[in-house]
Design a binder for this molecule. Structure first.
Ligand SMILES: NC(=O)c1ccc[n+]([C@@H]2O[C@H](COP(=O)([O-])OP(=O)(O)OC[C@H]3O[C@@H](n4cnc5c(N)ncnc54)[C@H](OP(=O)(O)O)[C@@H]3O)[C@@H](O)[C@H]2O)c1
Length: 249
């Protein structure tokens, strides 16, 4: 059995990835604050399996216990592969830095950066002695490389996540049974996050017109295309270990 721990499975890119993984026969350990019951029904008709675990990733102090619960659902002796997809993410706060409260930075960085780091820590701890295929995909963004006014927390969290990818690669090079890792930038995708971007004022997000134009000109990617690409990354023989890849490459 091939297991995938997938955060943010309830909507958008995560939901599309979950569906594609279920079609490919993976056992998906789906995580988000709200259980997507339609996804559970969808899983019934696929070759894969699903366990849905509701959890708020901003509660970073609880992640160690949470991951023990997740690994309780994995039969290690039957696992051919165990993978982790850090997909859950938040865009807010979207406004100039002089208007952002410290608690807003904390919330964003907890979900977008501290939680993925803590999940990776537990994943590596739990799978360290397993001589099986182990892949981590960090869902990043072009915003990790390019500064956007109004997105201080989001850009910083994605830049941080990209560095985590590189550090894990450096650490795992010396591991007994190394896990592989990539940062994956999915492009501009038609999800609720893009709706939120378009709802912002120019004073909060000066680039808003560019994103409205992407939408008007139908340049947004279908989440299913991105979900397929994510599932492929777990299947392809050559995995771009330690790199940041972009769906547009
Ligand atoms: N859409 C784009 O154009 C785009 C571009 C570049 C990168 N990305 C990245 O792609 C990833 C997915 O984004 P999306 O566009 O699919 O957004 P989305 O539709 O808003 O989905 C976000 C997912 O994250 C989960 N989530 C949010 N806060 C959480 C929390 N505190 N605890 C647990 N789960 C939480 C949500 O589930 P619940 O609300 O049920 O908790 C939801 O499943 C994000 O990392 C985003 O930064 C998106």
């Amino acid at each position: 059995m091939r297991y995938v721990i997938l955060t943010g499975a309830s909507s958008g890119i995560g939901l599309a990835a979950a569906k594609n993984l279920l079609q490919q026969g993976f056992h998906v350990l789906a995580v988000s604050r709200h259980k997507n019951t339609d996804l559970i029904k969808y899983a019934d008709k696929q070759s894969g399996k699903i366990d849905y675990i509701e959890f708020d990733l901003s509660k970073t102090a609880e992640i160690e216990n949470f991951m023990e619960q997740v690994f309780g659902k994995i039969v290690l002796a039957e696992a051919d592969g165990i993978h982790l997809i850090n997909n859950a993410g938040v865009l807010e706060p979207v406004k100039m830095m002089e208007d952002v409260e410290p608690s807003e930075y904390e919330k964003s960085l907890s979900v977008n950066l501290v939680a993925p780091m803590a999940l990776i820590s537990q994943f590596l701890k739990q799978t360290g002695e397993q001589n099986i295929d182990k892949r981590i995909i960090n869902i990043s963004s072009g915003a990790g490389d390019h500064p956007y006014a109004g997105w201080a927390a989001y850009c910083t969290s994605k830049a941080g996540l990209d560095m985590v990818t590189r550090v894990v690669k450096a650490e795992q090079s010396n591991a007994k049974y190394p896990a592989q890792i990539v940062s994956f930038a999915p492009g501009v995708v038609a999800t609720s996050m893009q709706k939120l971007i378009r709802s912002k004022s120019k004073s909060e997000f000066p680039h808003v017109d560019r994103f409205k134009a992407f939408h008007r000109n139908q340049q947004l990617l279908d989440p299913d295309i991105v979900g397929k690409k994510i599932a492929e990354l777990l299947e392809q023989k050559i995995f771009p270990d330690g790199q940041k890849i972009d769906i547009r490459d």
